[in-house]
Design a protein around this ligand. Structure first.
Ligand SMILES: Nc1nc2c(c(=O)[nH]1)N=C([C@H](O)[C@@H](O)CO)CN2
Length: 119
């Protein structure tokens, strides 16, 4: 299966289980890999036949700006659901890094779901 990727998308959102984390947004970095058949775009050279990664990035960024969750897992699941709702992709892999979570490393969550798994 072909994939359209977005790597190291920087967003800001209110996320965390502790009270101090709920007071202000913090940075996250998101990688997305979306399974989609690129045959039509290969042949036509037309953006309307492609998954427009710029639109996906805008949607994900706007969603993170307005929503608030405790867990990275919840945000990952909601972003996967949003992408399936808005775009004709067959599967989504998402990795969300939370650089400020731990002092001596980078915490992250990675999730993969097919469209069927989310139904
Ligand atoms: N698996 C997870 N573990 C933790 C999360 C999370 O979202 N998923 N979140 C926290 C806290 O919010 C932490 O980031 C504060 O430093 C702890 N563990």
């Amino acid at each position: 299966m072909d994939k359209v990727l977005i790597e190291q998308l920087e967003v800001s959102t209110v996320i965390g289980v502790y009270e101090w984390e709920k007071q202000q947004p913090q940075p996250l970095t998101i990688d997305l890999a979306m399974d989609i058949d690129c045959t039509a775009a290969m042949q036509s050279d037309d953006l309307t036949d492609a998954l427009d990664y710029a639109r996906v990035a805008e949607l994900v960024t706007a969603y993170c700006n307005k929503e608030q969750f405790q867990l990275l897992e919840k945000l990952a699941g909601e972003l996967i659901r949003l992408i399936f709702t808005e775009f004709s992709v067959a599967a989504v892999k998402i990795k969300i890094r939370k650089p400020q979570a731990i002092e001596n490393g980078i915490a992250a969550v990675e999730c993969f779901r097919t469209r069927e798994q989310m139904n």
